[in-house]
Design a protein around this ligand. Structure first.
Ligand code: NAP
Length: 531
């Protein structure tokens, strides 16, 4: 076990530094207690030093074999585990997330680091494509063209409040950016600065253990609008990974687009996650669905970007019985401590707005409880009213959901289309449900969501090769990508083509001999053969 003594400082090129005399402290959301130590925000000079270290580390590691990066990712996972209970206790003090949840999230965090290590050890992820030359082609000879993904350079990462581990300083964005061979600069979330520092200490220990330059990873404390904005504006920044609010993601996207040299911002933001229950499913298993859905709405205090915030049913007696059961289950949910007082405030403002819309029925009235606490709420409205009232399409981040009752299938299809860009869309079907209707719902979701869930619940995102945790705006700013699963690495690379390039000057992955033995597409055929 390793115990790290918290410094309250920034990690830059292997040193804990903090020259700003002012400090800010985190608050325990469960008790309201102010936590020690105070944290020094990174100064403009320190931000500059972090980028200079990242650039020099990047230059020194461009030609490293992938195995060295894989060893680093594995070592980070091991160093996270070595932090033991200190990490869990610190995380709990700063977020009020219970130990079981944080233990699970730690396993996910180390699991995704190891998954990326395995991905880059295999090497085929670079997407090597070779089109061989044909000097005899008429009317013009065909050149030899070879392509593969290459790293970008320094990547800026913003973690989220609701996943302090899995979307934190060593979360999926950091893991995928490092796996692709990029230095990472993390803007620490102000909600859990000490948790961030512990993760940074784990990375520093791993860099030393694997004998890699310490400039490959920096952790900068301070506010998003000052420190975070300066990082995104820095000329050496090449891309941004972000998880959090729509307002934050859009602000950073605009900032990056306004740079003299714009860079991509991969922002994963809010989501309503439409959840459709067809009449056959309501008839056959409405109580089971009500129970599962109530669990999904309130899981983690509803603070998941995949929480089902909109539930669509077709009118009828089964829908009445279903809403009654869901009401019973939501009413029985315990009070939750939310992640911080700011989230509690915005949750109550948002649910307050829902209640003020005429014709919205309050099935369960949530309430603010002590410190950052809240109880769950449930609302119901007709589809025609929902379609006419844009406020009801805003996200209430917390334990709340809205049931939308549709008069007919046409209205259901119109409504789910109006639900817009989302991370997920779920469909519950029964044996008697019209397969043509199901097909049409799938067609709408294919255009509007990143992941379609059948007869299940959208909370709980499997970290695997096939996962898509993304979707059209406003779910993300870049609908062609995912922030979870191994494809997340594609955000932090750029395809480079080499035309008629001498073999010795090609990256190993594109050389004739295929020394890494990776899978390549040669003249349109997938093979591990050499040329
Ligand atoms: P957040 O407030 O967007 O913060 C995420 C990170 O971005 C933080 O480091 C934050 O800095 C920074 N940031 C935020 N706005 C910025 C801006 N305008 N310019 C520069 N940097 C900015 O997200 P969150 O803390 O995870 O969640 C807070 C709110 O987001 C909730 O109230 C909720 O309504 C909404 N939300 C979050 C999610 C999610 O998946 N996390 C999903 C839906 C909705 P600071 O450290 O200074 O705050």
């Amino acid at each position: 076990m390793t115990t790290h003594t918290l410094t309250g400082r920034n990690l830059i090129d292997g040193q804990w530094v903090g020259s700003d005399p002012k400090t800010t402290r985190a608050v325990n959301p469960a008790t309201g207690a102010v936590l020690e130590p105070g944290f020094h925000a990174a100064t403009a000079d320190e931000i500059e030093q972090a980028f200079a270290a990242a650039m020099s580390a990047y230059a020194a590691t461009r030609d490293l074999p992938a195995t060295r990066w894989a060893d680093l990712l594995d070592a980070i996972a091991d160093q996270i585990m070595a932090l033991g209970d200190q990490l869990l206790t610190t995380g709990q003090n700063e977020t009020a997330l219970p130990p079981a949840r944080l233990t699970g999230e730690r396993a996910r965090t180390t699991g995704q680091l190891k998954l990326f290590a395995a991905l880059i050890r295999d090497g085929s992820w670079v997407d090597a494509v070779i089109d061989r030359a044909d000097p005899n082609r008429q009317p013009l000879p065909k050149p030899d063209v070879r392509r593969m993904n290459q790293s970008l350079g320094p990547v800026v990462v913003f973690g989220a409040s609701n996943f302090p581990f899995a979307f934190g300083a060593c979360g999926g964005d950091t893991a995928s950016a490092l796996a692709a061979g990029n230095p990472v600069l993390v803007k620490a979330h102000t909600g859990h600065p000490a948790t961030n520092e512990l993760f940074a200490a784990a990375v520093l220990a791993a860099l030393r253990q694997t004998n890699l330059p310490t400039g490959l990873f920096s952790l900068l404390q301070g506010s998003g609008t000052k420190v975070g904005a300066a990082m995104v504006k820095h000329p050496a920044a090449m891309a941004v990974g972000f998880t959090g609010s729509k307002s934050g993601g859009c602000a950073l996207f605009d900032l990056a687009a306004a740079r003299p040299r714009p860079i991509p911002v991969y922002a994963e933001m809010g989501s309503l996650n439409p959840f459709v229950i067809l009449p056959g499913a309501l008839r056959e298993r409405r109580d089971t669905i009500a129970e599962g859905l109530a669990g999904s709405i309130t899981l983690g205090g509803g603070q998941f970007c995949t929480k089902p915030g909109l539930v669509f049913v077709l009118d009828g007696p089964d829908a009445d019985a279903f809403v009654a059961k869901l009401t019973e289950k939501i009413s029985a949910a315990p009070a939750f401590t939310l992640l911080n007082a700011g989230i509690q405030k915005s949750f109550h403002e948002m649910t307050g707005k829902f209640q003020q819309v005429d014709q919205v029925k309050v099935r369960v009235a949530g309430a603010c409880t002590a410190t950052a606490g809240a109880t769950a709420s449930l609302y119901e409205v007709t589809a025609s009213r929902w379609i006419s009232e844009a406020t009801l399409r805003d996200e209430a981040f917390g334990p709340a959901s809205l049931v939308v009752r549709c008069e007919n299938e046409r209205q259901l299809l119109d409504a789910i289309e109006l639900a817009g860009g989302n991370l997920t869309g779920s469909i519950h079907t029964g044996s008697a449900d019209d397969t043509e209707l199901v097909r049409r719902i799938v067609r709408v979701f294919e255009q509007t969501v990143g992941r379609i869930v059948f007869n299940g619940y959208p909370t709980g995102v499997e970290v695997c090769h096939a996962m898509v945790h993304g979707g059209p705006y406003p779910a993300t700013t870049t609908p062609g990508f995912t922030s979870v699963g191994t494809s997340a690495i594609r955000r932090f690379v750029r395809p480079v083509a080499y035309q008629n390039t001498p073999d010795a000057l090609l990256p190993a992955e594109l050389r004739n001999a295929n020394p890494r033995g990776i899978l390549r597409l040669i003249d349109g055929k997938a093979t591990r053969d050499s040329i």
